[in-house]
Design a protein around this ligand. Structure first.
Ligand SMILES: [Ca+2]
Ligand SMILES: [Cu+2]
Length: 224
């Protein structure tokens, strides 16, 4: 798995260097902060894929709290995800001074009808932090599916973790949360299925990885 994760990081880093047209505008509203010392922002997570992609029309929210001790609490809640499966989630972005490229919309799918990781990367950049539930949070854990939150039998997912020095938060205005993984054929697994027009495809990260495991499903910003 580490070889795959390393390759994923490399591909995403290369793709992040590309610049294409801006995506759909990030939803810009946020809550009042509960105190001057705690910045708390809540944003919507929006479906990335065209409605023609099976099992893809999820929804969600992300809440980021910058705590006075310098730590960062990230909460992600989503509905309509593929059930009983882990969902890779990351903070994506372009570190340093950058334009907020926001999230890809369905138009980013192109001729193959699916927004792949590589289709999305020009919008949301490479992986800065892996939103794992336990252990390492670096880009090396991008596809560590045994350590990501699992959606329940109804497709509901709730995730919360407090980070010390989360990469990318200094440039929060250009950072997006991206949730991955769609069980297109509904067989309860991320796997190749030659009989299904979507589940038969490989991830844009490598021929040996099912598209199901890496395809982006939700995306949203974390700050203005
Ligand atoms: Ca499947
Ligand atoms: Cu990601």
């Amino acid at each position: 798995m580490s070889r795959i994760a390393a390759r994923a990081g490399a591909v995403m880093a290369v793709s992040a260097a590309l610049v294409v047209g801006a995506g759909s505008a990030a939803w810009a509203g946020h809550d009042d902060n509960p105190s001057p010392k705690v910045a708390s922002y809540s944003y919507s997570l929006d479906a990335v894929q065209p409605a023609s992609v099976p099992m893809s029309q999820a929804s969600g929210t992300t809440r980021v709290k910058a705590l006075p001790n310098g730590k960062l609490q990230v909460t992600v809640e989503a509905w309509g995800l593929s059930p009983n499966l882990p969902h890779a989630m990351h903070l994506h972005g372009v570190d340093g001074d950058a334009t907020d490229m926001a999230c890809p919309g369905p138009a980013a799918a192109g001729d193959d009808g699916v927004v792949t990781v590589v289709d999305g990367a020009p919008f949301y950049g490479g992986i800065l932090t892996s939103l794992t539930s336990t252990g390492d949070v670096s880009p090396a854990s991008a596809l560590a599916l045994d350590r990501f939150a699992v959606a329940d039998e109804n497709g509901h997912l709730w995730y919360q973790r407090t980070f010390t020095d989360a990469a990318g938060y200094a440039n929060a205005g250009t950072v997006q949360v991206v949730v991955h993984g769609i069980d297109f054929d509904g067989n309860g697994a991320y796997a190749f299925n030659a009989d299904d027009p979507f589940s038969s495809r490989s991830s844009s990260l490598g021929a040996g990885i099912p598209l199901e495991a890496t395809v982006p499903v939700l995306c949203g910003g974390i700050a203005n």
